[in-house]
Design a protein around this ligand. Sequence first.
Ligand code: PEP
Ligand code: MG
Length: 550
Amino acid sequence: MITLHGKGVYGGIAIGRLSFLRRRGVSVRRRTVSDISAELARFEIARERALSELDELHGKALRNIDESGAQIFEIHKMMLEDDDYVDSIVHTIRAERVGAEYAVATAAENFSMVFSSMDDPYMQARAADVRDISHRLIETLSGKREESAQTWSEPRIVCADDLAPSETVQLDRESVSAFITAEGSVNSHTAILARTMGIPAVVDVGEELLDAEDGSEAIVDGFTGKIYLSPDKETLARMQKKQEEDRKAKALLEKYKGMDNVTLDGKKIEVFANIQGLREVGAALLHDAGGIGLFRSEFLYLDREDFPTEEEQFQVYKTVLQSMGGKKVVIRTLDIGADKQVGYFGLDGEENPAMGMRAIRICLSRPEIFRPQLRALLRASVFENLAVMFPMITSVTEVENILSQVAEVKKELKKEKLPFSEEIEFGIMIETPAAAIISDRLAPLVDFFSVGTNDLTQYTLALDRQNRSLSHFFDPHHEAVFRLIEFATESAHRHGKWIGICGELASDLSLTERFLRMGIDELSVSPTYILPLRDKIRNTDLSKTKGEKI
Ligand code: PEP
Ligand code: MG
């Protein structure tokens, strides 16, 4: 078995045979022409024809996909009508006295280079679109246009070096179980189409993909971006199970998408998503999250050589907020330390890192790390509905200290005329017994609580959450933890604040009713748990006495 790694652009599992789409390359020669007007007329005719083909593709996409899938061809039409693009081709034909094919190929190269060098990933991805429309023009000019859709007798995993949006639409949905490309980006229109069409897809797998044999067995995991070539039995069984779970989740989605998380007797609760980074925002949206309840921002600091700059962080937070379109996004400030060690932080080795220099303790001792993150968060707040949450709180003094730093950063930004929102909510994690026990003192200081049951359980039971050999002492349903959560809930509500749970217990369906009865306002879980949880909530009746079957 060989495992290849790419970027998953649409979650889903496909098990089947590979089929390579080998497209005919159109080679472009630099041809000198004597009749410039005739060449310009040839280009104009080809452009008109390409525009009407795009109209047809638009109609086809409207029928087979949907409005947003079809929009791509509107964008392609706009590009073909773009003055800069057209002028550059006309200019090359006139100035260099060359054939239209060559002039189009030159424009394709230049414009795709310009797009690729832009900072904005969305604009970078437009390079593929410019190549697609230029390819269409060149084929039309050289009389090699061919739009036949490929079909197979059984659904195939379609592989290619790259796929243009127009090629993706040509694929017959019924005969394609997934697609994989050696190149491509997660923001490309092809990736957007894959998501719209609901086809598991992995892009940017690398050249190794092209060495795989046509017709060989493979598994595509669109969630992780992994491709298993000639999978072994164990992997096959594991992936079949994952495929089945995915089917169930998708069925739930069909049933529950857009619905409230409301019990049979009318009690509503928010269900949000936990994410580790930008790449999971898509999954959160796909599973119909009401918001992001925990963005573990420390993942921005992992797997790199130096601190992310304020600007880098700002871009990430802004993208998450914009993508969530006004839904609440709770970003937790960095929680480095304990199990998440990063060399460049230069932390001293510790006997007991879980009880050591971790999370807010690092931030409060090292303003040069904390301040850029606070500035980036505050600046991103103009993109709406940001909530900022601080981890590993144990005392009132810590919270006061944090809030005074926030106030200072606000002053700084005002002075620099950098905008931020005054509507940001500030909350803390309740994940130490100390915080839970003094939650009545902490509640007046903040806007919300979010219970981190993973650490709260570890610290309450004095049980290292990383140590597997302690598993038989570990009771995830220990009464002590519930009492602490209950007390924190009462404290929050007494002061008019909301409380959520973002630790793993939030997705334990055997506890959903208990949390609902406690009055928890929000549960934040991994994206794939959102709909099973909604299903559970919608089948719970709190008007019946506890334990009574419904
Ligand atoms: C928790 O402790 O429950 C939590 C959500 O935080 P993390 O798992 O990132 O420590
Ligand atoms: Mg924690």
